[in-house]
Design a protein around this ligand. Structure first.
Ligand code: HEM
Length: 412
């Protein structure tokens, strides 16, 4: 019998057993490429399989079956009405999907409600910097993550980036709300729907002639890819905060980490890959994120689309320059140059020289009257960027925002 390839196995929907077989052979310490130990994870143990060869067998085979039966449009329509964490699922869902969602919506035993309450305080206090870092550190960084850039570009969402951003921003918004993981919150719903959307992408992208031509993997969105993107979010945010000298008390920092650990679990990342502390997170990021950042033609095009998205505000006269400069400031020269973001002779020095005192003034470290006088002119610009950023995200939304399982790839 012909040895099944990972792709054909996934297509057949028989991922569970086969992926298990593929993954157990690579314990962490035996593999030079993957040395991060599950002892550093939230559960302190695990098989130690290289996450490059692990996907989400339960969700992937379920969505393979839904696609095969032609059930996805009906499921998407029905799930639009499921918005609150504790809400009963709508009637009429296929039994296998219902069973999966009922399991997938359960919080893990290691959930710490006190930490979640503290995380809300942190999100409230730091909303401004979180907005900037999620958007310009994490969001723009995603275009320099080759697997993600290609997956996004060639999947259905790649054809309408504004819609994609709005849906992704919903996750960033939901995690920061007071009820995020509580019965009245929406974060669990958003995560479970995203988990299903990712499973759709794993089933569909291997059928894209465009994606298969450029991809260096057979199935997208492995557990390693998930951790890469995860690190582009909270780990990168915390690094930026440290760089800007935004003081974060230990309890708030631990709480913020906890909210993202839970998000990871609810998105289908296996507990053994979720770091238990910032030290472990930084060690893992150094292994999975830092070395893989690189330019791709798809990432360059996505970065350009993203920087142009705000053009409707002012016809692009200022926005593109300001957003480009902010990206260069946050991500650094090397990544900005990869993404072919032009140097901005006016705006680059503004961020370089005035963002640190802007933060210092907001943090109460610096008296505005003692700040560089130009800051007084530009203070409103910085505040305005945040305001317009929110507007931009909201303007793309079709309410209610509902994350869907794709049924096709990007046709272009
Ligand atoms: C969809 C978040 C990891 C590729 C989404 C959506 C969210 C999301 C909220 C729904 C938005 C929409 O439907 O347009 C996240 C988070 C991640 C993560 C929080 C990690 C912590 C990844 C990775 C990849 C990826 C690693 C690829 C390597 C995609 C693609 C879609 C998507 C292609 C679009 C589906 C479509 O075209 O309809 N993701 N994602 N994501 N994600 Fe992720």
């Amino acid at each position: 019998m012909e040895k099944p390839s990972r792709r054909s196995v996934l297509m057949a929907g028989g991922t569970l057993g086969a992926l298990g077989a593929l993954t157990v052979a690579t314990p962490a310490r035996a593999n030079a490429l993957w040395t991060w130990s599950p002892e550093g994870s939230v559960v302190g143990r695990g098989e130690g399989a290289d996450p490059k060869w692990v996907w989400d067998e339960e969700a992937d085979s379920l969505v393979a079956a839904l696609l095969k039966r032609g059930d996805v449009p009906k499921v998407n329509e029905l799930l639009k009405t499921w918005t609150k964490n504790s809400q009963a699922l709508p009637a009429g869902l296929p039994a296998d999907l219902r069973d999966f969602v009922e399991r997938a919506r359960q919080l893990p035993a290691w959930t710490d409600q006190a930490k979640l309450a503290k995380a809300f305080e942190f999100n409230q206090k730091r909303g401004l910097y979180l907005g900037v870092t999620y958007g310009f550190a994490s969001g723009m960084m995603s275009t320099a993550i080759p697997h993600e850039a290609r997956a996004v570009y060639y999947s259905k969402g790649g054809a309408d980036m504004r819609d994609r951003i709005t849906k992704t921003a919903k996750l960033g918004y939901d995690i920061g709300t007071e009820q995020a993981f509580q019965p009245d919150g929406e974060m669990i719903v958003t995560c479970v729907k995203t988990r299903l959307a990712h499973a759709g992408v794993r089933n569909l992208l291997p059928k894209s002639a465009y994606w298969t031509k450029v991809a260096d993997e057979k199935i997208p969105i492995s557990q390693a890819d998930m951790m890469v993107t995860w690190h582009s979010l909270p780990t990168t945010v915390m690094k930026q905060f440290a760089k800007w000298k935004v003081a974060v008390p230990d309890d708030e920092s631990a709480a913020f980490l906890h909210s993202w650990q839970l998000a990871a679990h609810m998105l289908g990342i296996k507990d053994e890959y979720i770091p238990k502390s910032w030290d472990e997170a930084n060690a893992q990021a150094a292994q999975v994120l830092d070395p893989i950042l690189a330019p791709t033609p798809e990432g360059i095009k996505l970065a350009d689309i993203l920087l142009n998205l705000a053009a409707f505000i002012d016809g692009g006269i200022l926005t593109k320059h300001i957003l480009g400069a902010l990206t260069r400031y946050v991500l650094g020269d090397e990544i900005a140059t990869w993404l072919k973001i032009p140097k901005e002779p006016v705006w680059d020095p503004v961020f370089e020289n005035l963002w640190p005192p802007f933060v210092a003034v907001r943090e109460g470290i610096l008296d505005i009257t003692k700040a560089p006088k130009e800051l007084r002119e530009f203070y409103w610009v910085f505040d305005e960027i945040i305001r317009q950023g929110v507007l931009l995200v909201l303007s793309g939304a079709n309410y209610p925002i509902s994350i869907q399982i794709p049924t096709t790839n990007n046709p272009n």
